[in-house]
Ligand binder design. Structure first.
Ligand SMILES: [Zn+2]
Length: 232
């Protein structure tokens, strides 16, 4: 990049981070850390009428874009990378008031995002609540003899299983008869049988399930046929 004229960077005014100790060709101020090349000669920012600008290092894309939008005058700051033989962007120079306005806009966005997250969380909680209610209702349809609070507990457990939250599609899958029955079986296993204690005592998973199978079966039958048994 030949710097014979005032360099531009994608059409924008460019300020160079000085690698060598140079003085302003106009006012002799120096050594300069930032300079503008004017017809190949280094000028200080004051002589180049950029002395009132503040440096914003690169990294925050939104803040950079907005600062430049808000700033009547701005410049790209570059530094020459000798190894790569090219200039690299270090940040921008913008008006201080513009930077303040840009920061306010970014903060407002962050606040809007925070509010949206809170709304989403409330909506998800409501969805989970509806899911638990629907799941409990399905348990009671298949197992009329299941106590309501047990159905509710089994449904709530199913709702937090896996990813920690059951989404819309997952809820649809979860409400298949097979899924409801397996959730009920798991609930019975842990509450109505010594399954957990067997596992804690080191009984193998298969053996523990084999031992409790009759109890699980008895409870499920009782819950399924509660109405008929009461009638009989
Ligand atoms: Zn100067």
């Amino acid at each position: 990049m030949a710097l014979s004229a005032t360099p531009r960077w994608a059409g924008r005014l460019v300020v160079v981070q000085a690698l060598k100790r140079k003085r302003c060709a106009r006012c002799r101020r120096g050594p300069l850390s930032l300079l503008v090349l004017t017809d190949g000669a280094p000028w200080c920012l004051v002589c180049a009428d950029l002395g009132h600008l503040v440096f914003l290092p690169r990294g925050d894309t939104a803040l950079t874009r907005r600062s430049r939008e808000e700033s009547a005058l701005s410049a790209v700051v570059v530094r020459f990378n000798r190894r790569k033989s090219r200039y690299e962007r270090q940040g921008v120079l913008v008006e201080e008031a513009a930077l303040a306005r840009a920061e306010a806009r970014c903060l407002a966005d962050a606040e809007a995002r925070r509010r949206r997250r809170a709304r989403d969380a409330r909506r998800r909680a409501a969805e989970d609540e509806r899911f638990v209610a629907a799941f409990a209702a399905e348990i009671l349809r298949l197992f009329p003899g299941c106590p309501a609070e047990r159905a509710r507990a089994i449904a709530a457990h199913a709702a937090v299983r896996g990813s920690g939250r059951v989404g819309r599609s997952a809820a649809g899958r979860a409400l298949t008869e097979g899924a409801v029955i397996s959730a009920v079986v798991a609930g019975v296993r842990h509450v109505d049988t010594p399954y957990d204690q067997l596992l804690m005592r080191g009984v193998a998973w298969n053996e523990a399930r084999r031992r409790i199978a009759p109890t699980v079966e008895r409870v499920l039958r009782a819950w399924q046929g509660a109405g008929e048994e009461d009638a009989g």
